[in-house]
Ligand binder design. Structure first.
Ligand code: ADE
Length: 226
């Protein structure tokens, strides 16, 4: 899978994308992440990428031309995208279902807004999906893009060591994960539930399922209803 990301501050994502699971995914050639600096497509000597917004409100807006040049150049180099996604607070709220959907794509392009956003005409012409990572406003789309790449990357077969572990993540079946424990058996007078030490795989599965149900009912009744 290839994920291209257009941003005015790609450095913000560099370290995050080159560590841990995403690093391994790239080393195994299961995932290619290509950071594109919008400034490289800026206009004039100053490589301008933003301008004042029409209508008099405060805040700069990313201009059409640099974004369009960046997108067209990527398409002409590598071919069309399966999805062109704009990260924005007014997009569809991101969830595991969308992560699953996107993990089945071959090529996606993420566009990070900055300042007050991007010119609406770019959204009209190129963007196929608009995604928000929650009901709060970030300074730019970079953190949101990192959230998408991480959640999608871990779903690509072969990326996680234990292939089943993404399948048992919270939310995969609208349930939160059960509590987990590691050694020692007793810590601070608190014991690991005896069933987990029993070695009885079937009973352990039942316990975990019930713990998931209870946790979801208690903490996320909205998910439980589903
Ligand atoms: N850009 C600014 N705020 C955002 C949000 N909540 N989700 C995605 N992109 C954003």
């Amino acid at each position: 899978m290839q994920i291209d990301i257009i941003s005015v501050v790609p450095q913000l994502m560099e370290s995050f994308l080159n560590h841990s699971i995403l690093k391994r995914a790239q080393e195994k050639n299961l995932l290619t992440i290509n950071l594109v600096n919008l400034r490289d497509y800026g206009i004039g000597n100053y490589k301008q990428v933003d301008d004042y917004q029409y209508g008099g409100d405060a805040g700069m807006v990313l201009m059409c031309e640099p974004l369009s040049n960046a997108i067209e150049s990527l398409i002409s180099k590598n071919g069309a995208y399966d999805e062109i996604i704009f990260l924005c607070p007014d997009g569809k709220v991101y969830d595991q279902k969308t992560a699953n959907f996107l993990s089945l794509k071959n090529r996606i392009l993420l566009i990070c807004g900055h300042y007050k956003g991007i010119d609406e005409r770019i959204r009209e012409k190129y963007v196929t999906l608009e995604i928000s990572i929650g009901d709060y406003v970030l300074s730019g789309g970079e953190l949101a893009a990192a959230v998408l790449v991480d959640s999608i990357g871990r779903l690509i077969p072969g990326v996680l060591n234990n292939e089943t572990s993404a399948l048992t993540d919270s939310f995969q079946d609208n349930l939160l994960s059960p509590p987990v424990y590691t050694r020692p058996e007793i810590w601070d007078d608190q014991k690991v539930p005896a069933i987990l030490l029993s070695g009885n795989a079937k009973e352990i599965d039942t316990w975990k399922y019930e713990a998931s149900l209870n946790r979801t009912k208690e903490r996320r009744p909205d998910l439980f209803e589903k």
